[in-house]
Ligand binder design. Structure first.
Ligand code: MG
Length: 354
């Protein structure tokens, strides 16, 4: 089986409502679908969702990267996942979302060739995965109202964005806890605090049962993360500080994290995600799979990864809730809040419209 054709398509879908985090506001899901066709007629699909303020990529650069990768992909065996990653890394440093689009299409092909859903191809046995839902930065009362809606809809885990203003962060968590007394709460500051400021807030958060804090300090401040982790009353998770397996190794060497948020769009897909998870697991660090503003295609791929790995214990795969991708992605989507049932369809199980 050889790759015979590579095509990419960019789509931009307005979000239901703008989504704000401490790094910026997003109002459009701007994503690129990739289609790999083999000489046997089998087709694999992947997705690269550009998030300029996190990965430095735009939809335009993802399309450009796919063009750059095309000669290395054409004629190659889709089983050559590691050599193809090395080839992409030689052609272009970083650009995890573009590489993820290719990587997901490769794994979709391999699982389809094996006649297995991706999570089974990766060694998993249980295809039902629970996700949290994220509340973006809004007025604290609006965030609390959203928490009430999520609990009423069946969600049990809520991730709360923070990091824009300490007073608002405090008020938001207090009101959210009132609105959702039983929910598991975690907070994501998206680099919005310095270490001392974070420590004060984390002590406040413990009074409201917050279970972890994600990326409290700037991505480059590994020492600050380690300082905070040594003093924090709750587990500390790295997101923007961890793109690659090398980042994961450095973070565990620095004893800077309790948890790592793996995103397919940061690391370059399932192959490097498995490497990050292996580094973390060996160091006693658990993982979550998170997402950018991705369609249900790569969200489902993330769910397959969670379903296949014991050390990935949380899913924050919720962006499908922020926009309507029903005209872009087809296939059976068995989602009943808070769980996705991945089913038994071979591959990722969803296909973009080309
Ligand atoms: Mg995050």
């Amino acid at each position: 089986m050889r790759i015979a054709a590579v095509t990419a398509r960019r789509v931009a879908v307005p979000l239901t409502e703008p989504f704000e985090v401490s790094l910026g506001v997003i109002d459009t899901a701007d994503t690129v679908f990739v289609r790999l066709e083999t000489d046997t007629g089998l087709i694999g699909y992947g997705e690269g969702a550009a998030t300029p303020f996190v990965t430095g990529e735009t939809a335009q650069t993802v399309l450009g990267a796919i063009e750059l990768f095309k000669p290395a992909l054409l004629g190659a065996s889709p089983y050559a996942v590691e050599p193809l990653h090395r080839a992409m890394d030689r052609l272009l440093v970083g650009n995890g979302s573009a590489k993820a689009a290719v990587d997901l299409a490769l794994y979709d092909l391999l699982a389809k060739a094996a006649g297995l859903p991706l999570y089974r191809y990766l060694g998993g046995t249980d295809g039902v995965v629970e996700t949290d839902m994220t509340i973006g930065l809004m007025a604290p009362a609006a965030m609390a109202a959203r928490a009430g809606e999520l609990v009423a809809a069946g969600y049990r885990q809520i991730k709360v964005k923070a990091g824009a203003c300490d007073d608002q962060d405090r008020q938001a968590i207090r009101l959210i806890r009132e609105a959702a007394p039983q929910a598991h709460l975690k907070v994501d500051a998206n680099q919005g605090w310095n270490p001392a400021q974070a420590l004060a807030l984390l002590h406040y958060y413990t009074g409201f049962g917050v279970e972890s804090v994600e990326q409290p300090v700037p991505y480059w401040d590994r020492d600050g993360l380690a300082w905070l982790r040594a003093r924090s009353p709750i587990p500390v998770m790295a997101d923007e500080s961890c793109f690659t397996p090398h980042d994961a190794a450095a973070l565990v060497r620095h004893q800077a994290v309790d948890q790592i948020n793996i995103k397919l769009m940061k690391c370059g897909g399932i192959y490097p995600a498995l490497q990050i998870n292996a580094v973390a697991q060996a160091a006693g660090v658990s993982c979550m799979v998170g997402c950018m503003l991705e369609s249900r295609l790569s969200i489902a791929a993330g769910m397959h990864l969670v379903a296949a790995t014991a050390n990935i214990v949380q899913a924050d795969l919720d962006s499908f809730n922020d926009f309507d991708d029903s005209s872009l992605v087809t296939g059976e989507w068995r989602f009943t809040p808070p769980c996705l049932d991945l089913g038994e369809a071979p591959g990722i199980g969803l296909e973009p419209v080309f």
